[in-house]
Design a protein. Structure first.
Length: 100
């Protein structure tokens, strides 16, 4: 019985490690801020495979929010992101670093 519980625990730990580090090891997530004056409002993207995909998404969001011609918006592409919100910021993904 102890062996079965031990195996289940090892499998659960392995599943967690796989999902966090191997399944999506370098995914990027975009954060688009439609107005620099109000950085409390943002749009979060789904994961991307490259930073270029994230930048293209930010350009599309600027067009969608009709702010592409102004410089009153901002975005960032988070790198090495995983699905979690440990700081209760209202995000789906948390990233280890950010690139412009």
């Amino acid at each position: 019985m102890k062996a079965i519980i031990f195996i289940i625990i090892i499998l659960l730990i392995g599943y967690f490690i796989y999902n966090q580090f191997f399944k999506y090891p370098y995914r990027y997530v975009g954060y688009f801020y439609p107005s620099i004056d109000n950085m409390d409002k943002w749009v979060e993207s789904e994961p991307f495979n490259s930073v270029d995909q994230c930048r293209n998404w930010a350009d599309e969001m600027a067009e969608e929010y009709h702010v592409a011609s102004s410089n009153n918006f901002d975005y960032e592409c988070g790198k090495d992101c995983y699905k979690a919100d440990p700081y209760n910021q209202g995000v789906t993904y948390t990233c280890h670093s950010s690139v412009d």
